[in-house]
Design a protein around this ligand. Structure first.
Ligand code: DX5
Ligand code: ZN
Length: 232
């Protein structure tokens, strides 16, 4: 059973000098949650933001779910810090944890929703023995580390296979896609089974500071694209 669609702007593409305002605008334009990309210059060749910034968004007044995508290695030590900083979902890459099952339990025991992120070349088999510990499966449709890359088309078949696994499990697990999602391809990605759509550059990247309705337009077009195709 498909869940309600979530649009999750990735703040990686936002103007960090005005982050609170950027997030407010995206949420006011209809975004459902905030996608928060954490990179460590070790697991991926880029360095971004940590718990301090997550906490700052909460202090700013953001009440929407914050979807923390950890591209870091190791994983476990920083999890309590993100929980304390107000994370809602915490997802990580299984290659970055020595003990995937333990990390998933740690996230849930701390009171957050837990998920695994699979890179384009990472097989779905990682999910086999931990489905009951997942609230989210995130399929990367680009190689992690940078915004603004192109959607890798083979992700569509992988989404279909992941959707079958979720439906067969009968569990409530969101199926998220991250990388190169835009107004033109979101409908096809939804048809392949995704219910949660990360979009960075498509939403923030083309921002026009003089147009306060810019985000409404992009997110509105994404919603319209999701609504036009039939449920299957
Ligand atoms: C990439 C990040 C993505 C990124 C997506 O490693 O995980 O969340 O911000 O950016 P776009 O939507 O520009 O591909
Ligand atoms: Zn991400």
């Amino acid at each position: 059973m498909m869940q309600t669609n979530f649009i999750a702007p990735s703040i990686l593409a936002a103007d960090f000098a005005r982050l609170g305002e950027e997030v407010d605008h995206a949420l006011a334009a209809g975004a459902d949650m905030v996608h928060f990309d954490v990179m460590d210059n070790h697991y991926v060749p880029n360095l971004t933001i940590g718990p301090l910034v997550c906490d700052a968004l909460r202090q700013h007044g953001v009440t929407a779910p914050i979807d923390v995508h950890l591209m870091i290695e190791p994983v476990d030590r920083i999890i309590p810090d993100f929980v304390a900083a107000g994370a809602s979902y915490i997802t990580f890459h299984p290659e970055a944890s020595q003990h995937v099952d333990r990390t998933l339990q740690l996230i849930r025991n701390e009171g957050c929703k837990a998920g695994l992120v699979l890179n384009p070349a990472t097989p779905l088999g990682y999910l086999d023995h931990v489905m009951d510990k997942l609230d989210m499966i995130l399929l990367m449709s680009v190689n992690p580390g940078f915004g603004g890359q192109s959607f890798i088309p083979s992700t569509l078949n992988k989404l279909r296979a992941a959707r079958e696994l979720i439906d067969a499990s009968g569990l409530e697990i969101r199926l998220e896609v991250d990388g190169g999602v835009n107004v033109d391809n979101i409908s096809e990605i939804h048809s392949a089974g995704a219910d949660t759509f990360v979009a960075g550059s498509a939403i923030f990247g083309a921002a026009k500071p003089d147009d306060p309705h810019h985000y409404d337009t992009v997110i509105g077009k994404m919603r319209a694209a999701l609504a036009t195709e039939s449920d299957d």
